[in-house]
Design a protein around this ligand. Sequence first.
Ligand code: AMP
Length: 201
Amino acid sequence: MNLQENHSSRPLTVCVYCGSRPGHDPAHAALAREVGHWIGAHGAQLVYGGGHHGLMGAVADAALAAGARVIGVIPEALVEMEAAHRGCTELHVVANMHQRKQMMAEHADVFLALPGGIGTFEELFEVWTWRQLGYHDKPIGLLNAGGYYDSLLTFLDSSVQAGFMGQWQMELLRVSDSASELLPALLKAARPDAPDRLEQI
Ligand code: AMP
């Protein structure tokens, strides 16, 4: 099954936010490769920050190896620092971080955050706040494999309890510890006519 051929002139695009570092646990890179492979194996397309380091490089390499189109978007100032990935199908070198985030968001059908650091947090929170304000209606997923985000989720729940967030805002974020469960759920939410077989491949 190929989502591009069956459902649109353009493949469904997964925007992945993740660490520019690999983290200490090799399971994080394995997860990034699983996500990249899933995207390619389902005929979807990846848009990401265009770097070749850490989990960012792992997800892009795996997506390319699985046949996906990969769109990297990197600010000029980070081309050296984050080792711009020259193997991307499209590599956009943009003037600044705002342009990067805007271009990534425009390409995306869904957003998915993997483990990462402050850059990942900022990107996730930005698309989440945009969603709750109605600037877009694209599904947002948080891949909490290995419990990496457990303490953040606990804190967010405490914010709901304290009256600074509504439960409905929490529900805008789909959280799962499984890439193979979360990715089809996000893509189904983005494009309800996607085939049921999506889950099975
Ligand atoms: P990190 O999770 O900190 O390893 O960063 C992941 C990615 O987020 C990297 O490509 C960073 O360049 C990017 N990043 C860092 N700061 C920001 C920011 N303020 N807005 C958007 N992306 C950022």
